[in-house]
Design a protein around this ligand. Structure first.
Ligand SMILES: Cc1cc2nc3c(=O)[nH]c(=O)nc-3n(C[C@H](O)[C@H](O)[C@H](O)COP(=O)(O)OP(=O)(O)OC[C@H]3O[C@@H](n4cnc5c(N)ncnc54)[C@H](O)[C@@H]3O)c2cc1C
Length: 311
């Protein structure tokens, strides 16, 4: 039942009709506010100050994806550049980096999309270098992976700190982990948030979890910097054990969770001396992100339904 609900919600996350319906409901906003830091940079930066005061690090995501217009991609690039300037000006560059979706920077544009996304991402990396922080390239559905890893490789020549994301649900990912487990390579490991076919992805949660643990073992044994992004206590325990087995200290890897999810656990990890980074989305284009969060967890759907009926 949960798997069916999840697949319906993931389909809806890409449907313009569902987008119109869900975003028109006034009560949706209250639930969105739990997962999204606000509509603009001012709200986002305020959220980072609050997280910093609690000993937490952040990676900021300007919401938006599947851009099919070069002017819109340029506007998103410019908003990242502005945000990075603001992080530096407010003394937050040591605590916050940015996460970027290449589809928001034009990757999906027919013909010249990959080059456009590369150029826009390069401008964001240059602004991050000036600000004194880093960038991570989010990973989207499996059709974009070869292009994203190609852009990563090109940009790492000038910006070796550029982070990648790998999704354990995909059959290819163990090999991608081996390829990216080299010194200095920042890799965020996630389970994967997109509906993927059986031809490329594990369909059972137990298989995705087992693959996550195998990928963790590869990344922790390698020379890179693993970023363990999960709310799953079992995966976190496995990550800690693997890190210890390979003599990694708290500075050789980090944990990451999403804004608004398991905040108590985020604080506990920070208090225990872990580097805990919170993924903080902001902006008005929250629909796709929000629907993927609902799809992940039936409890989030219940929370949404309760808000709709006003309880
Ligand atoms: C920092 C970060 C960045 C991400 N970037 C990407 C990306 O670039 N591309 C991509 O495809 N995906 C990304 N994701 C999403 C990811 O792929 C998963 O969809 C998402 O993290 C849910 O998987 P999970 O590992 O938390 O485990 P799940 O299997 O979803 O959850 C495992 C357990 O975690 C606990 N849990 C989960 N949610 C909650 C909650 N709301 N409250 C309490 N307990 C909870 C429960 O115990 C649950 O059983 C990212 C996730 C994070 C944390």
């Amino acid at each position: 039942m949960a798997a069916v609900l999840s697949s319906v919600l993931l389909k809806a996350s890409r449907s313009p009709r569902s987008r119109r319906t869900v975003t028109a409901i006034p009560a949706t906003r209250r639930v969105v506010d739990r997962f999204v830091a606000g509509d603009d940079e001012v709200a986002a930066v305020a959220a980072i100050h609050a997280l910093k005061a609690q000993g937490l690090y952040a990676t900021l995501d300007h919401l938006g994806e599947d851009t099919t217009d070069a002017a819109q991609a340029a506007a998103i690039r410019d908003s990242y550049v502005r945000l990075l300037g603001r992080l530096a000006a407010e003394g937050l560059a040591g605590h916050a980096e940015v996460s970027v979706k290449l589809s928001a920077l034009g990757q999906a544009l027919p013909g010249r999309g990959e080059q456009l996304a590369l150029d826009n991402a390069r401008a964001v990396c240059a602004a991050a270098a000036t600000a004194g922080t880093t960038v991570t390239l989010d990973m989207e559905d499996h059709t974009t992976i070869d292009s994203t890893l190609h852009i990563l490789k090109v940009l790492r020549v000038d910006y070796p700190w550029l982070g990648a994301v790998l999704q354990s649900m995909l059959h290819r990912t163990e090999q991608d982990c081996r390829d990216l487990a080299y010194p200095g390579s920042r890799v965020r490991l996630v389970k994967g948030a997109y509906a993927e076919p059986a031809s490329v992805a594990y369909q059972e949660k137990s298989e995705v979890d087992a693959a996550y643990e195998r990928c963790l073992a590869i990344l922790m044994a390698g020379g890179g910097y693993p970023m363990v992004a999960t709310h799953d206590s079992r995966m976190i325990r496995t990550a800690r054990a693997a890190a210890e087995a390979h003599g990694r200290t708290a500075g050789d890897r980090e944990l990451q969770m999403l804004y608004g999810i398991r905040h108590d656990e985020q604080l506990k990890a920070a208090l225990a001396g872990e580097r805990m980074r919170v993924y903080v989305p902001y902006g008005s284009d929250w629909y796709g992100y929000f629907m993927r969060r609902l799809a992940e967890r039936p409890a989030n759907v219940r929370f949404f339904l309760r808000a709709l009926v006003g309880r």
